[in-house]
Write a protein that binds this ligand. Sequence first.
Ligand code: XLS
Ligand code: MG
Length: 344
Amino acid sequence: MAGEYRFSFGPWNIHEGADPFGPTVRRGLTFARKLKLYKKLGFDGVQFHDDDAVPDMNKLSPREIAAKAKEVRKMLRDEGLTAEFVAPRLWEDPRTIDGAYTSNDPEARQYAKDRSRRAIDIAVALNTKLIVLWLAREGTYIREAKDSKVAVDRLVEAINDMLEYNAGIKIAIEPKPNEPMDQAYIPTTGHALALGYLTKDPKRVGVNIETAHVILAGLDPSDEMGFALAYDKLYTVHLNDQNGLKFDEDKSFGSVNLRRAFNQVRILDRYDYGRKGEFVGLDVKAMRTQKQDVATKHLTNSRTIFLRLVELAGSLDESCVEQLTAERDYEELDMLIINYLMGT
Ligand code: XLS
Ligand code: MG
C-alpha cells in the first residue's frame, strides 16, 4: 500500500533548538506559519498539545477555550489539514511538579482531570476523537515518594473520568520508561494496554508507540508494534530514532539504525496499518546545529525514508525469507537482509 499513507507531526517538531544547556538557536515560527508548511512538506495531519491549539488556556473559561479551538479548526480547513489528536500538556504547570493524575496532592489531581476535560473539548472542536496521553510526570524521582499500587488506581480513575466525560473519544497512551522522571509508571506497551483493561471501557483505550521510548526501555520497536497490532490497539505511532540509552533524542526516522526502521515499516505495512485512518505520526527534532531555512529536513527525510522502506518491505523476497527460516539458516537470512538494505 505504498503511497497510501498519511503523515502527521506536531508543531513542536519545528523548534528553535533550545536544550537544557543552551538557549534557542533558531527563530520561532508562528503556528500559522507552521501550518502553511505541512502540505508543502508532504503532511496531512496535525498533532496537537491542547495549548498548541489554545495558548494560555488556563486563563480562559471552557466556553472561551472551545471558541478559540473552533478558530483553529477553520485554519486547518483553509490549509486542507486534519487534526490527528490532542494531548493534554500536564507537565508544565506548577501544580503538577510531582505528577498530575498520580500526584499525592488532591488539588493537583483535580487540576489534571479538569485540564484533561478541556483537552477533550478542544478535540471535539477540532473534529478528532483521539486523545494522546504522554504520562510525563506520572512516576517518581525517589521510590518511597509514591505508592505504586495507588498510582495505578489513580491513573484508572483519571482515564475513566475522560471516558465518561465523552463517550466518543479514544485514548492512546504513549508509554515512556523515564525522562523527565527517574522511573515512569507506564513504561511499555504491555503496561499501557493492561492499564486500559482496568478502565470502564477498554475498547476505547489503546497506545501510541514511539520508537525512541521503546529503545529507552531496552525493547524492540517493531515487536512492541506487533504486540499492539495483535490487540488491535495501535491507534497511532511516533516514529523517530534514538542512539543508545540516553535522553530522548527524537532523531529522524531510520537515521541511527536503518534495519530497526525497516522492521517497524515491515510490520506496519504487513498488517495494513493506516487502513482504518491511522496516521503515520512522527515525533522528530532537527539537530541543534541545523540552520533556520533548512530546519524542516528532519521531517521530509523521515517521511522519505519511511516510504522507501515501504517499497523495500514490499519487494523483499518473502519466499527466500521463509525458506531460510525453515532451514533455520539465520546467518544467511541476516546476510540477505543486510544485502537488501545495502542495495547489493
Ligand atoms: C515526549 C513525548 C511527547 C509526546 C506528546 O517524550 O514524545 O512529545 O509525544 O505529548
Ligand atoms: Mg512522542
